[in-house]
Design a protein around this ligand. Structure first.
Ligand code: SF4
Length: 291
């Protein structure tokens, strides 16, 4: 029996929310993880098959993950524009150039959509690294992840940050453009699911500043487009992974993942295959590139 049939729809959704929060909880990943730092315990993706949830360990197949992501995309696209705009108006964020949001300490890593990856590769290829939160592994010890991220410097700040300023501001990436309006779904104390704005509310910048209607509408449009593109990338990644595993007789084993992650945290070099434009690009990495 499909395990997801054993739990109600809302619970399915919550499991999914834990997963989808992945990338955007930094400016790419600060969305649903309380902390999404690359080398921390919390960096273990919530959407892995075998994710412990509510005291139980649920194993989601790739198809089940894809279904959940497609549902999320549908809900995102259906979300009323006016409500979206109202949330943005209420948040009223304005940047005070503190630069904190561009640091690993504050926001984990900057996840790159495929267009962003292509663009940064055209002018600073060394700035691209495999996103740190590996999504899965196979029985041969290779990790898989849904995309790339920006490298950070030794002090944990984005490689493009100088003296608190973005040196490529006009060319900054999708997540940087919609920050901090990336939205996620979250259940309140009564179990009602709603959109939240979560990117360091009241921890940086200024809030409750007036934003005119046209600007609110622009932010809503770009944020929705960002979220849709992110979900699309996650869905395509999982479809490709499902097909690759079937074609090559690969298996995901949670215990293998845990053991590999333990070795990786200790400094061992691992192979990670990064999904990009329908292919899996192989890399060898150690945790040092995330520190
Ligand atoms: S690209 Fe610019 S805006 Fe984006 S995280 Fe780096 S310094 Fe900040």
């Amino acid at each position: 029996m499909n395990r997801l049939l054993e739990i109600d729809r809302e619970e399915q959704f919550l499991i999914h929310v834990a997963a989808v929060g992945k990338k955007p909880l930094s400016r790419g990943c600060q969305r649903t993880y309380p902390s999404y730092h690359p080398t921390s315990e919390a960096a273990i993706p919530a959407f892995l098959p075998g994710k412990a949830y509510g005291g139980r360990c649920l194993t989601l197949s790739f198809d089940e993950q894809i279904d959940a992501l497609e549902q999320e995309r549908e809900l995102l696209l259906q979300f009323p524009e006016e409500e979206f705009i109202e949330i943005i108006r209420e948040v009223g964020f304005s940047c005070d150039s503190c630069g904190r949001c561009c640091t690993r300490e504050f926001n984990g890593h900057v996840f790159l959509l495929e267009d962003d990856t292509d663009r940064v590769r055209s002018f600073a290829p060394e700035a691209v690294i495999p996103a740190p939160d590996f999504d899965a592994c196979d029985q041969q010890g290779r990790f898989y992840v849904s995309g790339y991220a920006l490298r950070t410097g030794p002090d944990g700040s984005c490689t493009f940050l100088r003296d608190g300023r973005c040196t490529i501001y006009d060319r900054r990436f999708s997540i940087c453009r919609v920050y901090p309006y990336m939205l996620h779904r979250e259940a309140d104390e009564r179990g009602h699911i709603d959109w939240r704005q979560i990117s360091g509310l009241n921890e940086h910048g200024c809030y409750n500043t007036p934003i005119d209607d046209a600007e609110c509408a622009r932010i809503a449009r770009e944020t929705r487009a960002y979220e849709a593109a992110f979900l699309d990338q996650e869905i395509r990644f999982r479809r490709a992974l499902r097909d690759l595993f079937a074609r090559e007789g690969l298996r995901y084993v949670r215990r293998t993942y845990d053991l590999l992650m333990r070795d990786f945290r200790k400094g061992r070099e691992v192979e990670v295959r990064v999904f990009h434009r329908g292919e899996f690009e192989p890399h060898r990495v150690t945790r040092a590139i995330y520190e």
